[in-house]
Design a protein around this ligand. Structure first.
Ligand SMILES: CC(C)(COP(=O)(O)OP(=O)(O)OC[C@H]1O[C@@H](n2cnc3c(N)ncnc32)[C@H](O)[C@@H]1O)[C@@H](O)C(=O)NCCC(=O)NCCS
Ligand SMILES: Nc1ncnc2c1ncn2[C@@H]1O[C@H](COP(=O)(O)OP(=O)(O)OP(=O)(O)O)[C@@H](O)[C@H]1O
Length: 209
């Protein structure tokens, strides 16, 4: 984390395993006056709008990966999470554009009076060194059984698919240890989550920690 504050508006990074509830928590931050930068949404937009990216993906992963100009996420996921070299290739095609868009969005928000804090909802935040942008890091914790159930329900991911993705991410213990705050999100619904988020946000805005 950077010691010198580069923006007026604090940047808060969310860490946690797949299905821990980073995006779910980010929505609550948003209702409390924060603005969320969401990397999965940025990727989805690039897959819709960037002809260059689509061509690169087609060139490297074949026509089935971008049939009719639409990225076939299921096909691509099957390819890349079973093969480290393919994942590296996909990352090398996508990440530069994603990082540029994150930077653009952050620059627009960093002196905005109407934004209480900028929330980084970025699954590969530490992996991409984006903790350097963050004034605070929050670890969202949910146990494995809960996360497994959530991702199955959200996108049909099996336990094996979850494992295969997560092995390409930095270990959860490291994420937990580097964080300034921890939020527990094992229950169903917002009831237990909202007070934890309100308290952390109040502390951060008062500059206590
Ligand atoms: C492989 C793709 C097509 C699979 O799409 P799908 O709809 O099944 O999953 P979705 O994009 O919603 O991601 C779900 C979760 O998988 C994990 N994940 C996604 N990409 C990666 C990756 N490159 N490395 C490790 N984990 C990943 C994240 O935890 C993410 O939140 C897609 O994830 C992708 O294009 N990934 C490469 C871009 C990327 O790295 N995105 C992550 C944010 S920078
Ligand atoms: N407290 C909760 N109550 C009900 N549903 C929840 C809760 N927390 C998360 N979920 C749901 O679980 C699923 C996974 O949560 P979410 O997408 O926020 O995880 P994530 O940490 O952002 O995962 P990823 O790393 O894959 O992006 C979503 O469908 C979300 O709506």
């Amino acid at each position: 984390m950077s010691s010198s504050k580069k923006s007026q508006t604090p940047v808060i990074g969310l860490l946690g395993g797949i299905g821990a509830g980073k995006s779910f928590a980010a929505q609550i931050f948003s209702r409390l006056g924060c603005v969320v930068i969401n990397a999965d949404e940025i990727v989805a937009k690039l897959y819709r709008d960037s002809e260059r990216l689509k061509l690169e993906i087609e060139k490297n992963f074949g026509s089935e990966a971008a049939a009719g100009g639409t990225i076939n996420r299921k096909y691509l996921a099957e390819q890349v999470f079973a093969d480290d070299e393919k994942l590296e290739k996909l990352n090398s095609i996508t990440h530069k554009a994603v990082l540029e868009e994150i930077e653009t969005q952050k620059e627009k928000l960093k002196d905005s009076a109407s934004c209480r804090a900028i929330i980084y909802d970025i699954p590969l935040l530490l992996e991409k060194g984006l903790e350097k942008d963050c004034d605070y890091l929050i670890y969202i914790e949910a146990n494995k059984a809960v996360r497994r159930k959530r991702v199955k329900h959200r996108s049909g991911l099996s336990e094996k698919e979850l494992e295969m993705r997560e092995k390409n991410q930095i270990l959860l213990d490291k994420k937990k240890n580097i964080a300034n705050y921890k939020i527990v999100n094992n229950s169903l619904g917002e009831e237990k989550l909202v007070p934890q988020i309100e308290q952390i946000l109040t502390e951060i805005m008062s500059g206590k920690k």
